[in-house]
Write a protein that binds this ligand. Structure first.
Ligand code: URA
Length: 246
């Protein structure tokens, strides 16, 4: 890796809000992210970059790192509650949505409003029909951003980058067998692609070494004219549930 590439990688981590790195052999001991000035030539090839999260990271630690009054981005201004995630912390399946709506902001829990009720029905009805013994509490559900965007607008790129570090740490801490990214914001955050859901859905992709299925966001499915999308979302979910639980 060249110095320029290393600088770019470190800047990327810094943009994600990561100020410290951890070395495998020194778990829990943070090292400040180095700044490499322009023009510097390193004497030897640098060691492999550390992962984005400390080894032994836990959901509890990630939640504590976010803090009770996170002010890392503008979404804090209209937020009532931070919505971290809910469900089985050892789940083999993680669903990722976009960001909290009004009901989630008020309760502090993801997907509890109309879209959430539809998601619960989709998971539980599909599982029952397919003979897979799981209920909603058996999976883990979270969002790309943990605070409600005003007027339910889509999260902006800087908000996604800042909060994305916590999503990635959640995914790494849980290490599920598969991730289901619901909607274009989740697909963009997890896969780093600009492609839309229609193009991405129904096929397996990867985040690190974890298979990712992209499907429609439940809010989109609530719109009355989306019968085809509904059928497709059910097919996607069937695929995910069989892959994870068969
Ligand atoms: N929409 C989302 O993307 N997430 C929620 O938690 C609720 C609605």
């Amino acid at each position: 890796m060249t110095v320029a590439q290393l600088r770019e990688r470190l800047n990327f981590y810094r943009d994600l809000g990561v100020d410290e790195i951890y070395r495998r052999e020194n778990v829990g001991q943070a090292i400040s992210l180095p700044v490499i000035p322009e023009g510097v030539i390193l004497p030897a090839a640098p060691a492999a970059l550390p992962s984005l999260a400390p080894e032994g990271d836990t959901l509890l630690k990630i939640r504590q790192d976010i803090g009770d009054d996170c002010r890392r981005c503008r979404l804090c201004e209209g937020r009532a509650k931070i919505v971290f995630g809910s469900g089985n912390e050892q789940s083999r399946l993680v669903f990722v949505g976009e960001g909290p709506g009004a009901d989630e902001d008020a309760s502090g829990l993801p997907f509890v409003g109309r879209a959430g009720q539809l998601l619960t029905q989709m998971i539980e009805n599909t599982a029952t029909k397919e003979g897979i013994p799981i209920r909603r509490p058996d999976v883990y559900i979270c969002n790309v951003v943990k605070c409600r965007p005003p007027e339910n607008r889509a999260p902006q790129p800087d908000e996604m980058e800042i909060c994305g570090q916590f999503l990635f740490r959640q995914l790494m801490a849980i290490r599920p067998k598969a991730i289901c990214a619901m909607g274009s914001t989740a697909a963009k955050a997890v896969l780093g692609t600009k492609d839309g859901v229609t193009k991405l859905r129904g096929k397996w992709h990867k985040w690190r070494d974890i298979p990712v299925m992209v499907t429609y966001h439940p809010s989109y499915l609530l719109r009355p004219y989306n019968q085809d999308a509904k059928r497709e979302a059910w097919e996607d979910l069937k695929k995910v549930l069989h892959f994870v639980y068969d």
